[in-house]
Unconditional design. Sequence first.
Length: 187
Amino acid sequence: MNHSWMLLAVFGCAAAMADSDNNATVNNSGTHYNGVVTINQAAGDQQQLSNNVVIAVGRNAQAHIAVTQKNSGAPADRSLNAKASIQGNSFSNGNGVLSVNQSAGAQNQSINAVRISINAGPQSIDDSIMSQQTVALATDSGSTPTTGSRQVVTSDQAFTGSRGVVQVTQSAGVGNRVANTLNLRLN
């Protein structure tokens, strides 16, 4: 068992927590990662973040991903202040599949999806990932002021020197929908 991965997971989670002031920060976390790393972090209210990696190997192998996100709870506080940031050398000099979702605000949805099939028949990934997302805003959302400040920030040193698949979604605001998808088929 690779104990360095368990330590990375424990320290990465501790460094990637959100505080009660709707601020979420990743600072110098995940450097020199190797393999598959997924991080979801949100500041605000009613966020839905999902990272999905599927790898299929073998004759007639097919990797499938289906993600459903539905936000239909009580109306979110659309005027809150929220900030999410990736600071320092976070996720630099790594290798593998890295999926990071970070969101600040209310009722945002983010998906990172990676499908890798080795020696498989034809398949595709399309807009069906986005069509599975639905945001049910408050009935008066058109007249509700969104006076709060929402912000996402990425350090200029984050992600430098990384190799492989790097997916990052950052959204700030209310009711945003973001998706990164990758389909790779090797025969």
